[in-house]
Structure formats: C-alpha cells, structure tokens
Design a protein around this ligand. Structure first.
Ligand SMILES: [Zn+2]
Length: 64
C-alpha cells in the first residue's frame, strides 16, 4: 500500500490518498486535489510541467 498525504504537499488538510501502487495513490490524490484544492492545483500547473508535477508527487509517496 502506498499513501500520498495532503500535509506533505504543504496543505492544511488531513486527506491521505491510498493506492496499491504509487501511480494509484497519485491518481487518487489528484482527484481529491481537483475537488478540494483546485486553486492550488492550478497554480502548480502554471509553474510546473506535468512531468515535474508527477516527479514531485512520486517523491512524496510513502509506503504504508
Ligand atoms: Zn486535501
């Protein structure tokens, strides 16, 4: 099991995305971010490429 926590992205939020793989955890985290943190997501998109965002998300995934 892999997890990706909003807190690790610097957000004041207790949501933790879970997935069988890192890709699944990032997918769940992105869906949550689009719903609850669309403003943060938009500013990340404005300053990073998709590859940079994926690499950043991948570096924040933890084993649970
Ligand atoms: Zn959140």
């Amino acid at each position: 099991m892999k997890t990706l926590a909003c807190k690790d992205m610097g957000l004041e939020c207790d949501f933790v995305a879970h997935g069988e793989t890192a890709e699944d955890a990032i997918k769940a985290g992105m869906e949550h971010a689009m719903a609850d943190h669309s403003d943060v997501l938009e500013s990340m998109k404005a300053s990073s490429t998709e590859e940079e965002m994926n690499a950043k998300a991948m570096s924040m995934v933890k084993d649970a």
